[in-house]
Design a binder for this molecule. Structure first.
Ligand code: NAP
Length: 290
């Protein structure tokens, strides 16, 4: 597949030796309801992935737990052999149960199985970037990551993983990981209304480490705020566009992975993320989550 040179809002960011567009794509929405099973519109899901790459996106976020095994297989079907510029970021550390829950699976054998499962489902010999997903569905939880992270470091040494990242992590776990081995990104819950990681975003920016907010549009509960609506109305834009544009303005190390199952929303989000925001807009938006 050829690699288009379209320039996307926010430009690029480099994680280790991986240069990605700051506007990326999160594939979790490509499954059935509750992130379980196949999508109702399989061709539509494949079309979203192909359009993402056609538009120049070079960062796709996934996990073998989505479906489970659904998004990775769709990505492979839609995009393999992958363009050289495309980087697929996956995560390990949780599996799915029969009720659609996300029980942690971070014993060394769980993680080895998950890495091999991702390699097989995506059809690659090395995973570009693997996030260790910590905590649980309620959010980050305290506790040492040493054994789990050490297992991924070992798999990295074996050549199965190029770069490591952390997800759903506490500040203490991030500090602990830094004493063990380098990582290139942190993927935590963050958006206009959820600013718990503000200090972390800035600290990682100083260290040249990417911060990848999940639920940039609010996830399963779309962002709603009268201040956001007011700024959007003033700009003649959609609130979701403003929310994405704000994230790109927030810090240069923020990478976007908004999810969508719709080609139209994907296009709208790319255009929207490029909105110019004035100092006044930014001040009003900044006040929402503080
Ligand atoms: N590390 C973790 O623990 C973790 C947890 C959750 C998610 N993630 C990652 O983060 C990515 C993003 O999260 P997310 O997809 O859950 O949440 P999100 O990006 O905040 O929001 C996605 C939701 O917004 C809707 N949407 C997107 N664009 C829209 C538009 N222009 N107009 C109206 N609705 C729009 C989507 O519906 P449509 O499909 O109808 O567009 C979908 O319901 C995921 O894909 C996943 O890769 C990671």
């Amino acid at each position: 597949m050829s690699t288009p040179t379209t320039s996307l809002p926010g430009g690029t960011w480099t994680m280790g030796d991986l240069t990605v567009t700051r506007f990326g794509y999160g594939a979790m929405q490509l499954t059935g309801p509750g992130v379980m099973g196949p999508p109702a519109d399989r061709d539509g899901a494949l079309a979203v992935l192909r359009e993402a790459v056609r538009l120049g996106i070079t960062h796709i976020d996934t996990a073998d737990a989505y479906g489970p095994h659904v998004t990775n297989r769709l990505i492979r079907e839609a995009l393999h052999p992958y363009p050289e510029a495309l980087h697929i970021v996956t995560k390990v550390g949780a599996v799915r149960d029969a009720q659609g829950g996300w029980p942690p699976a971070r014993e060394p054998d769980d993680l080895r199985r998950a890495v091999h499962g991702n390699l097989e489902a995506l059809g690659v010999e090395t995973l570009d970037l693997v996030n260790l997903r910590l905590g649980n569905a309620e959010g980050p939880q305290p506790g040492s990551l040493a054994e789990a992270y050490g297992t991924l470091v070992e798999l990295q040494r074996q050549g199965l993983i190029r770069h490591l990242g952390l997800s759903n992590a506490t500040a203490a776990q991030i500090a602990e990981a830094q004493t063990i081995a380098p990582f290139v990104c942190v993927q935590n819950l963050y958006n206009l209304a959820h600013r718990q990681d503000d200090a972390l975003v800035d600290r990682l920016a100083e260290q040249g480490i990417a911060y990848v907010p999940f639920f940039p549009l609010g996830g399963f509960s779309p962002l709603q705020s009268s201040a956001l609506s007011a700024v959007a109305a003033r700009l003649g834009a959609r609130p979701m566009s403003v929310a994405l544009a704000w994230l790109l303005h927030r810090s240069p190390n923020i990478l976007l992975i908004p999810g969508t199952s719709s080609v139209a929303h994907l296009r709208e989000n790319i255009t929207g993320a490029g909105l110019a925001l004035s100092e006044e807009d930014l001040a009003e938006l900044d006040a929402i989550g503080r």
